[in-house]
Design a binder for this molecule. Sequence first.
Ligand code: NAI
Ligand code: MG
Length: 495
Amino acid sequence: MKTLKPRTLELPTDRLVRHKLLIDGKWMPAQSGRKFKTLNPATEEMICEVAEAGEADIHAAASAARKAFETGPWPKMKARDRFKILKKISELILHNKERLATLETFDSGKPIESSRHIDIPAAAEAFEYYAGWIDKLSGETLPVDPAYFSYTLREPLGVIAAITPWNFPLLIAAQKIAPALAAGNTVILKPAEQTPLTALCLGQIAMDAGLPEGVLNIVPGFGPVAGAMLVRHPEVDGITFTGEYLTGQEIMKNAAPGLKRLHFELGGKSANIIFEDADLDQAADFACDGIFFNQGEVCCAGSRLFVDQKIKKTFSKLLLEKSKNWQPGDPMSTKTEMGAVVSREQLDKILRYIKLGEKEGAQLILDGRKQSKSKGYFVGPTIFESVSNTMKLAQEEIFGPVLSQISFADFDQVLQQANQTIYGLSAALFTRDIEKAHRAARLLKSGTVWINCYGTFHHGVPFGGYKMSGYGREGGLHTFDFYTQMKSVWLHLNS
Ligand code: NAI
Ligand code: MG
């Protein structure tokens, strides 16, 4: 076991970095006075304490968001003025990119180069992209009986609760807040308890950009307390959630009495299919990227790798070779491709699944446990061979760098097995045969299919799940199906 000495964080002491709750445009401690610690998973050291929202704070945040929605300037603001504020938020995120990236890496354990070049710029792009929709969201005039004139109005839904996970803390928050605000809603964000820091910065940035008070409220705290209260709160009209499907079920139950609108993105066990006619070198690069990027803590990670049995040996060799590029190391080093996993719980969960895989009879050809370190939550790339699709290893979401290789005999068999999962978030396939590629794309029961690539994203492309991976789509115009209401207006024309 090597000892790692991640650099220490010098927290910027300026006004951007906040530790309190943002309610009605003011930073305030929790009414109970409670705080919780947020840790650096690479060192297991505390970064700082953050105010912990309880019942009274959730109530205050919900009242502020309601007041801002009903009587504040935001929902009625001219599209152009709303656009300028969202655009300014985007610019301020980029202006503070380095500090936000450092905070994100310290809070989550992800490599600094990912924070710098993916998380933070993509969060800024979300605000820029959705700002562009503000003056393009429109209703329709409808060809009804000529004695009437009928048209639709697209209105904001109201108060949105956004509940976010720890794997892409700022980015996922931005993917929810930006379209919510673009449509004229007000928002209460509850970031994951493991990674609250960049969300709090975003609160300050939004205020600096001129967002009116109460339009964005940020309430760090724990899921079963702050999260559950938010879901139940009568002033909340809709909940957008990314996380575990069991949490989704809990949210659904708590939202049922209020019949609240829900948007869920609930993870997966995505199939990545390598046909024998693929460019194998390229496919192996993407296969590693698909499962090892962000320590495997990715909802659409390509955790089930289906490999044509004719190329099984060659492909395993390629994978082992390319896995060497994914050594876990100091997240603050620019050379690090894989950082620490987010928490002790998450590391334990990953280690439990590696043990389980061995017990189930899969063959461990690369053991990431050898890459653990005396301090910090580290585990390296892990590859199992001879996995059967029915094993728990192949069916349950691990959310770590653990790849299950399953070999297949033919097209029909692999398509059937790829769909044999409770999830349906994404899938990928590698082949040079375009007819086969598109046939497979139609048959795969998942919200996204990548052909000869893995994990490409754009804010304009819908992303979301089939089956227990959730419902609703984030990305492009379809995002607004959740964030807006459609009103139909009829006028009688006296002739
Ligand atoms: P989680 O689903 O419990 O947490 C996600 C968010 O939901 C956090 O903000 C949490 O505070 C909140 N939350 C938890 N319970 C809640 C409740 N009853 N009501 C309202 N909000 C609640 O995920 P967790 O426990 O952090 O991770 C466990 C597993 O979930 C991971 O190992 C992974 O398999 C999966 N996961 C999937 C993600 C995805 O992107 N789809 C993201 C994070 C985790
Ligand atoms: Mg949980």
